[in-house]
Ligand binder design. Structure first.
Ligand SMILES: C[S@@+](CC[C@H](N)C(=O)[O-])C[C@H]1O[C@@H](n2cnc3c(N)ncnc32)[C@H](O)[C@@H]1O
Length: 230
């Protein structure tokens, strides 16, 4: 499904309020993600859910807290993680900027009660709509200048006491080396999320992807404060 302002077919997906006058426009993302998928140049694609996510869904670390609990999956790509979350009972909203992914991912997700939305994850979603954000190589894919903006967006769309769970990668890569993936760390993610969040877990993953050269961490943060109303 393609998200557009005013698209009423996706009831729960609405744009953020317009920017106030006088703020400078955000420069576009220089990465042509659609071209990367069209060329099948997608080295990040594991072809399956991340093994640490599968483990967390099995051992209860990422069990839905109640029936109908909602998870937002930014930069969902081919949807492997989103589908795994939906199979475990989460009501999934998966978002990606690449339109060609709809045909591939949406039918599978819809069968499991989820939705695939084409659009900018920094703009989509209602205030306090989600119980969980699952971030697997989204934060390291966006431009570092957008990190604080993403932190504000995460605070806005998560419910009070909602959680942000992330596969933190590539740990140890200097951000100045460029990307994507841009170097990230649990500290950088927590800094972007800001003072409304408390870090609950931060540890090396027990099941890293073998082909990844940089270290991977598992981070879970809880939104303990209230985001300002917008
Ligand atoms: C490194 S890939 C990770 C894909 C997927 N999470 C995975 O692990 O296979 C980053 C993804 O984020 C998407 N993306 C980049 N910027 C985005 C944005 N602002 N909003 C939504 N998706 C975005 C890209 O199209 C790409 O699919």
């Amino acid at each position: 499904m393609r998200w557009r302002p005013g698209n009423t077919t996706v009831e729960s997906v609405k744009p953020s309020p317009p920017r106030s006058e006088g703020t400078s426009p955000v420069p576009p993302d220089p990465v042509d993600w659609s071209a990367r998928y069209a060329a099948e140049d997608t080295p990040w694609d594991n072809g399956a859910p991340h093994p640490e996510l599968s483990l967390a869904l099995q051992d209860g670390r990422l069990a839905p807290p109640h029936e109908g609990a909602r998870v937002f999956v930014p930069g969902a790509g081919r949807g492997h993680d989103a589908i795994a979350l939906a199979r475990r009972g989460w009501v999934v909203t998966a978002v990606d900027v690449v339109e060609s992914l709809v045909a591939e991912v949406a039918p599978q997700l819809e069968k499991l009660g989820g939705t695939f939305v084409v659009g900018d994850a920094l703009e989509i979603g209602e205030a306090q709509e989600f119980d969980l954000i699952w971030d697997h190589t989204f934060f390291c894919a966006i431009q570092p200048r957008d990190r604080a903006r993403w932190g504000k967006q995460a605070a806005r769309i998560l419910k009070p006491a909602g959680h942000y769970a992330a596969l933190v990668f590539p740990v140890g890569k200097p951000v100045e080396d460029g990307g994507p993936p841009f170097g990230m760390s649990c500290e950088a993610l927590m800094q972007a999320l800001g003072p409304l969040f408390r870090e609950r877990v931060s540890e090396p993953v027990s099941r890293p992807l073998k082909r990844r050269t940089w270290q991977e961490f598992w981070l879970r943060a809880e939104k303990t404060g209230l985001a300002p109303a917008q």
